[in-house]
Design a binder for this molecule. Structure first.
Ligand code: DGY
Length: 354
């Protein structure tokens, strides 16, 4: 493996296919690093499977967005591919198992979006809990004729008039879950967390008390999801789990839509099994389950958890840095299947670089 980095213009492999436009900070970095970046410019909103297959077959590295499904068939059709640099921290859009088997490194963009996503989680929590969007609509429709003590009553976040501390239940206590918990201190909330992949992580933290999922659902006034989408977490929150929550509870999801059974959520919200939901992600983006958009007790956002100017630029730079490392045969700094570099399958792919 090359120890010293080639100078710009000396890359043995150069072609990077970017599946849709990313902030210029990323494409500028690719160009400065000597890569030939092609940004998809076909018709429609995004490249279709056939366009992706053709692009993958003739590129050295793929820089993908979370909207593109990089599945086993696509990966198998690209024997020359040196890596997939995903422009997201989540990577459920990439078949990681197949990529690893085929010797393809995959990277993501962690850390830089942690605080931005935690901020948005709180915007949803506050917005859904205090009915901000509903109240805004009420104003715009000219419905505010007379103040009243029962007007648009929501849920307390800090201890309210009843003096009761509210409980925030965090499902998935990784970097973002932890950042959400840190903010809860300012609202004097009790925080409980369920982190199935590593319960020790919660135990080691002073920010939350570890609990099982059933206790979290029973106890929490606000439930916030920060768990990656895997086969084990698909529909983690379905009809039974929604029924187990308090009727005053608010559900917030800034992780992946399919962690929640969205049709069951519509029923739970409609029937008052829970009070409200704040959603940034959906099971079948960009569409929503039938009935969701008509429910007043929802705040619905178009997957903008990490959408601040600074964070999206940083994500683009990280994805580009990973892509350049892949082109050079160096380990990508944010590689998520690092063992791949020891595999014979990777050595075969990368042999043309050395
Ligand atoms: C991610 O990175 O996974 C978010 O969903 C989008 O930034």
């Amino acid at each position: 493996m090359a120890e010293t980095e080639p100078q710009a213009g000396e890359l043995p492999a150069r072609r990077v296919f970017v599946t849709r436009a990313i902030p210029a900070a990323g494409t500028d970095l690719l160009a400065a690093g000597g890569a030939q970046a092609t940004v998809w410019s076909g018709s429609g909103d995004a490249p279709g499977p056939e366009e992706l297959r053709a692009a993958l077959a003739s590129t050295d590295v793929l820089l993908s967005l979370l909207t593109e499904q990089i599945d086993a068939n696509l990966l198998a059709a690209a024997p020359q591919l040196l890596g997939v640099a995903n422009h997201a921290v989540g990577h459920d859009n990439v078949d990681l198992e197949t990529a690893t088997q085929l010797g393809i490194p995959v990277s993501n963009t962690p850390d830089v979006l942690t605080e931005t996503t935690a901020d948005l989680t709180w915007a949803l929590l506050l917005g859904a809990g205090r009915r901000i969007v509903e109240a805004d609509r009420f104003m715009r429709l000219g419905n505010y004729r007379l103040w009243g003590p029962q007007l648009l009553l929501g849920e307390d976040i800090s201890p309210g008039g009843d003096g009761q501390r509210k409980t925030l239940g965090i499902i998935g206590f990784g970097r973002i879950g932890e950042a959400v918990a840190r903010r809860a201190r300012g609202f004097d909330m009790a925080v409980i967390a369920y982190h199935p992949s590593d319960p020790e992580r919660v135990r080691a933290s002073e920010l939350a008390r570890p609990v099982e999922l059933s206790e979290l659902l029973r106890e929490a006034d606000f439930v916030s999801l920060h768990i990656p989408l895997t086969t084990a977490t698909r529909h983690l929150i379905a009809a039974d789990e929604l029924q187990a929550m308090k009727p005053t509870a608010v559900l917030v999801n800034t992780s992946r839509g399919a962690v929640v059974d969205e049709a069951a959520l519509v029923v739970a919200l409609r029937e008052g099994q829970i009070a409200a939901a704040g959603l940034d992600v959906y099971e079948r983006e960009p569409t929503m389950a039938t009935g969701l958009a008509e429910l007043p007790n929802t705040v619905l956002l178009p997957h903008v958890g990490s959408a601040s100017r600074g964070t999206r630029e940083a994500m683009a730079k990280i994805a580009a840095t990973n892509a350049l490392a892949m082109l050079r045969g160096n380990p990508a700094p944010q590689c998520i299947n690092r063992a791949v570099y020891q595999s014979a399958a990777y050595a075969r792919r990368a042999s043309r670089l050395w």
